[in-house]
Ligand binder design. Structure first.
Ligand code: NAP
Length: 284
């Protein structure tokens, strides 16, 4: 089974676009997403322009604040404060990575949790940890959506995640824990990775290491989700899983591209819509 994220994202888009239209009719404006892009990291430029385009496709408003690489911390915090106060702004996203002189945690924590559509503020991460999440990081949400297409009930299964970042691995480990899987979180210091990954009914690769996961890492019949998006020197895109090697042994697998990537973007839109609904007390 190829877990077709592009298709799932298209289905989700239909639902979300209808919600945007309904919000616009009720409140006189669609949901609005503001992205802070600091500096000119080439990857960030591509991601931000794609997010903006997708926001328009969903019928949302999107504004990119392009800020100079050398901008002071105070100026960034002032802009975030303005956006926090602005009732017409629903979602605020700080595109990472930030230039070295800016502390990402400090900048992210300046975003009001109710507008933190990346789910990365201390408050939203804490709510997730506690099991009462509000806005959750988009890639983990996308992975959970894909898993539901594989099996509606994953309770009791062994889930192994390779990668423990705050953006993907850690929040995903919490979502999977709340879904009653038994979670193992691996990282670069894990000894004998294969011993752990071989136990996985659900194996999620989010390590930024091209084709690290090969068939010897995979239990036959497992569901393999590849979060990795690695640009190789020849310009091609590679996942963290060697798809051709693993596809015959896995029960289900996501491709790269068109697996997790489209779901991440769809959940960014979903979070922005949710933020607007929350702001208007519209909990449908
Ligand atoms: P990250 O912050 O660099 O974290 C990578 C994690 O993988 C770290 O925990 C690291 O361990 C671990 N790791 C690295 N090499 C490893 C190895 N050989 N064996 C085991 N663990 C290893 O990366 P990220 O932001 O989570 O992103 C991971 C990948 O997902 C990247 O390719 C990124 O481009 C992609 N991504 C895709 C999407 C999407 O929408 N599809 C969204 C976000 C990220 P340590 O903690 O010990 O350093």
């Amino acid at each position: 089974m190829i877990l077709d994220g592009k298709n799932y994202a298209a289905e989700l888009k239909d639902v979300l676009t209808r919600q945007c239209t309904a919000l616009k009719e009720t409140h006189g404006r669609p949901p609005s997403l503001h992205v802070l892009l600091i500096g000119s990291n080439p990857g960030s430029l591509v991601y931000v322009s794609m997010k903006q385009k997708r926001a328009y496709d969903f019928g949302m408003q999107s504004t990119v604040h392009r800020l100079d690489e050398t901008i002071s911390k105070e100026s960034v915090l002032n802009l975030i404060d303005e956006l926090n106060q602005n009732k017409e702004v629903d979602g605020i996203l700080v595109q990472l990575p930030l230039p070295a002189h800016l502390d990402a945690n400090e900048i992210i924590d300046a975003v009001c949790p109710e507008k933190d559509v990346d789910g990365l503020t201390s408050i939203n991460l804490g709510r997730l940890l506690r099991g009462t999440p509000s806005l959750v990081s988009c890639t983990p949400l996308g992975c959970m959506h894909i898993l539901k297409q594989w099996r509606s009930d994953i309770s009791g299964l062994n889930a192994v995640i390779v990668g423990r970042s705050t953006l993907v691995g850690k929040p995903l480990s919490l979502l999977l824990t709340h879904a009653n899987t038994t979670v193992t979180l691996c990282h670069s210091k894990t000894h004998d990775l294969e011993i752990h990954t071989k136990q996985a009914d659900i194996l999620i690769a989010a390590c930024g290491s091209p084709k690290l996961i090969r068939k010897e890492h995979v239990k036959p019949g497992a569901c393999v989700i590849d979060v990795g998006m690695n640009r190789l020197t020849d310009g091609s895109l590679s996942g963290d899983v060697d798809f051709d090697d693993v596809v015959h042994i896995a029960d289900a697998i996501t491709p790269v591209p068109f697996g997790v990537g489209p779901m991440t973007v769809a959940y960014l839109m979903s979070n922005t819509i949710q933020a607007m609904k929350n702001a208007y007390g519209n909990l449908d």
